[in-house]
Ligand binder design. Sequence first.
Ligand code: NDP
Length: 610
Amino acid sequence: MPTKTFSDGEMVMGRWPGSHLFYEVQVTGYNKSTQLYAVKYKDGTELDLKESDVKPLNYFKTKKGSSSRQRSRSRSRSRSPARTQTPKRSSSRGRETKKPVQKEEVQKKNLPPVKFVHQLQENSTNSKTTSVIDDKEEKEENNSKNTYRVVEHKIRREIVTDQLGLPYNLRAKKEEGKVVELETKDDHLYIKKQAAWTQEWEFGGRVGAFFIMILLPAAVILLLLTCAQEDASFLNFPPQIPALQTLWSSTALGIFVLWFLFQALLYLLPIGKIVDGLPLANGKKLKYRINAFYAFLLCGAAVAAALYNEVNLSYIHINLLQLAISAMAFSLVLSIYLYVRSWRVPADELAVGGNSGSFVYDFFIGRELNPRIRNFDLKYFCELRPGLLGWVVINLGLLFAEMESQGRDAPSLAMVLVNSFQLLYVMDALWNEEAILTTMDIVHDGLGYMLIFGDLVWVPFTYSLQAFYLVNHTSELSWPVALAIIALNTVGYIIFRGANSQKNAFRRNPHDPKLAHLKTIPTATGKSLIVSGWWGFVRHPNYLGDLIMALAWSLPCGFNHIIPYFYVIYFACLLIHREARDEYQCRKKYGVAWNKYCQQVRYRIFPYIY
Ligand code: NDP
């Protein structure tokens, strides 16, 4: 039985779960049966760590090294998430003084070169921490005195199963997933399999996922049928259902597929800058081309050319249901493809949330985090292009349909407002394309039926309900009312854009002088939380702004029916649920610091209400 190496009260370096960062911590106890050390971080977080995650204070001590080692140090620093927060910044602003000592700080104190030693358990069947090492200059030593292989190396990247979102528990548990198998070859270690099983079920688990998958298409069809009725009331249930054979149109399917391929072509155009995504759990960063706004302009030109050639966009209104059903069929096929291909990708490329082992659940949530065909990133593409641009074109088609069906020379003011507000929203998303790289969808969720259906069907065909409603239901707005609605939308937009840009800029460069006025709370992960500005107003100011805009999009339709308000009601439910999911993840990530943030910023979305 291993003996206790560190004594109670001793200051040591403790690994932060799910990262390769070590902080100064105090040993507060030792459990003989579990062989775990209880440690306390400087920010107050208390955790149980296994012995290999606890190092003596002088562990990262300097050593006269070769030039290769010097290179090693600079490389490992540049990859360290701790770079986002230097002690200078924290102290200069007089914020939290209790800040965990980070690996870099230790390095700085002990300049010159660092010998960074990383330990791997020889028999790693219990180990949840694995490393991929790919530098041939590395030297490997076998220490025969104990059961460890000590590897002196440049840390290329580190894969920690906890980084994939598993709750941090340092004891190996059978149900936490498959054993990690390591294979050594020369100085390299390769991962053959990695544990990454879903620990938490969302959306009601497999039963919930099953019913959501059935209900979503039914809901879209029901909404479109209800909205098309003269008395567009949900009380008129069920709405008139057309003959089944009329619901399917191969022309509509052809148009949808062509639209998808056209967008894919625009996506592949070699224009626009290339940026890095956030670091993945395996240490890699994917490259993304930023050209969605060019795609928008080219689409605009294509639609203008179609109108010039007298293409009748009212086709969209007449065949909206058929187009939606085609999109559903396409989404189903694409989701099946994604599920099948996910079995061929390495385990460290899976999304932890969609890797439960249940077919229904994983198919719904999505197994693979970033499915790519060569450089074509399917999730990044679907999130912004075919659905959002499709929504704009559908709205435009409905605008022409309104003029046609109501015999107008110009669209109604209500229709102009709805079209303009939603066009602004889409243009904003495309203009700020890079910001999507830090959203939950890209960072956390796999690509499965949920996102595919959401992107290709739900967004274009239900977000356009207000415009669809206005085709057959007149709503005459006075200018004062219209101006009040425009003001509401502007307020919503300012909050939404201000909050998203502030957080995005801060996450990209926390040392940006433009953000120097912001107060922050440091967290033990090295990232800070903004606690003033928009993010000090409520905990999700971007959701608040989005919801205000959603209301402004519905108001032009008047108050005769609830269906134009479907979007704002559904969206409130979605964002409240999303906020809860995010809150849970953030509490897990940031622990005590998150609690401090919640104490200082008490309301989640709506000030003084929720
Ligand atoms: P957010 O952009 O709000 O991202 C949440 C993340 O922000 C957290 O996980 C955390 O990640 C970081 N964060 C939270 N609080 C702070 C803070 N105080 N300081 C710094 N960072 C913080 O989440 P979403 O991806 O859900 O939303 C993005 C946008 O998309 C929103 O405007 C939303 O309204 C919109 N949206 C629109 C939808 C639609 O259908 N129209 C659907 C869903 C979203 P970390 O600390 O790891 O950086």
